[in-house]
Design a protein around this ligand. Structure first.
Ligand code: SAM
Length: 311
């Protein structure tokens, strides 16, 4: 399809197409399809920081040309009416700019289902998907278990968050089982020699909520406040994997700050782990610049007990 002149979308421009091509004539179905695959949905932030974020849907012309990847290099932020596309990791010269159309922190099968449900009409063949497909048969057991459990686990979490009574650990069966899936996938990945370390991180990142379910189950009894000994090298390994998988996610930033706070309180904790967690939080804080990053990370650390890092 021919790309229209950008000036057509500029409200201050007098530019007009000399003659409307026949295929641009009014066709309701076609217009609806174009809207479906090109519009964005998300949180809109006011420049007035006292205002809460509101949900919005809209079409932003230039960002709508950006393709999807399950391990993208950019993410988007809407402030007022402007959409910012922010690099979430270093981007090489001539590398395609990509964003994720879905919450990519899920295993392959769920990502495929989410993309299919949105009607984009493509099968993702990014490097992350291809790496995960290449070991799909080896991971089948964990992938199926995750698939069976994750919706129920999400319901348990929602129930717990909205409940005023602190339910006990036994009342969270799906979360408990899901956390065992994480240990299983971790062991399996260690035994797979056909994958690079980065490919293993991409797969592990997709199972992050299974690890977080474990935190939830442990943190439950203590009113969601993470136990001080929860910041283990295994938790750090997951934050590193989440950063490598979908960089710049708020969930990863919050998880890192929560762990850093817990690690700081633990007298037995080595300084290197706390330091690395804070560094990761600063790296993931891609929407603010300079010294403000430190303010945001320390504020999040103060508030970390209130955060439920799940789905
Ligand atoms: C928002 S548009 C992206 C820009 C579009 N590629 C273009 O040139 O106008 C979404 C559509 O782009 C295509 N697309 C996006 N990401 C893709 C990917 N990773 N692989 C194949 N097609 C993709 C699909 O057709 C999808 O419905």
């Amino acid at each position: 399809m021919e790309v229209p002149n950008v000036k057509l979308f500029d409200s201050n421009s007098n530019y007009k197409e000399s003659n409307t091509p026949r295929d641009l004539q009014f066709d309701e179905k076609r217009i609806m399809h174009i809207m479906n695959v090109n519009s964005f949905e998300g949180d809109l932030y006011s420049t007035d920081t006292q205002q809460p974020a509101t949900r919005l849907t809209g079409v932003w012309f230039l960002p709508s040309f950006i393709n999807h990847s399950c391990s993208p290099n950019s993410s988007r932020l809407v402030v007022g009416e402007a959409m910012f596309i922010i690099a979430s990791r270093d981007i090489a010269e001539k590398e395609e700019i990509t964003i994720s159309y879905i919450d990519g922190m899920f295993p392959l099968k769920i990502r495929e289902e989410k993309l299919a449900a949105m009607g984009y009409g493509f099968h993702c063949q990014c490097r992350r998907c291809e790496a995960e497909r290449s070991v799909q048969s080896e991971l089948k057991e964990y992938s199926s278990q995750y698939h069976e459990l994750y919706e129920n686990a999400a319901l348990e979490v929602q129930g717990a968050v909205t409940s005023t009574v602190h339910t006990h650990i036994e009342n969270c069966p799906a979360c408990t089982e899901l956390s065992a899936v994480y240990d299983g996938i971790l062991g399996k990945l260690n035994s797979l020699s056909s994958l690079t370390n980065l490919e293993k991180q991409w797969i592990l990142g997709g199972y992050s909520s299974a690890f977080l379910a474990k935190w939830l189950v442990c943190g439950y009894a203590s009113g969601f406040s993470p136990p001080s000994d929860f910041a283990t090298p295994q938790a750090l390994q997951l934050v590193e994997a989440m950063k490598a998988t979908v960089p710049g996610m708020l969930r990863t930033l919050s998880f890192a700050t929560m762990l850093a706070t817990a690690a700081q309180k633990d007298k037995n904790q080595v300084f290197a782990l706390v330091h690395r967690l804070i560094q990761l939080a600063l790296d993931e804080c891609i929407r603010v610049y300079g010294k403000q990053k430190f303010d945001v990370v320390s504020k999040l650390m103060e508030q970390s007990a209130e955060f439920v890092p799940f789905f």
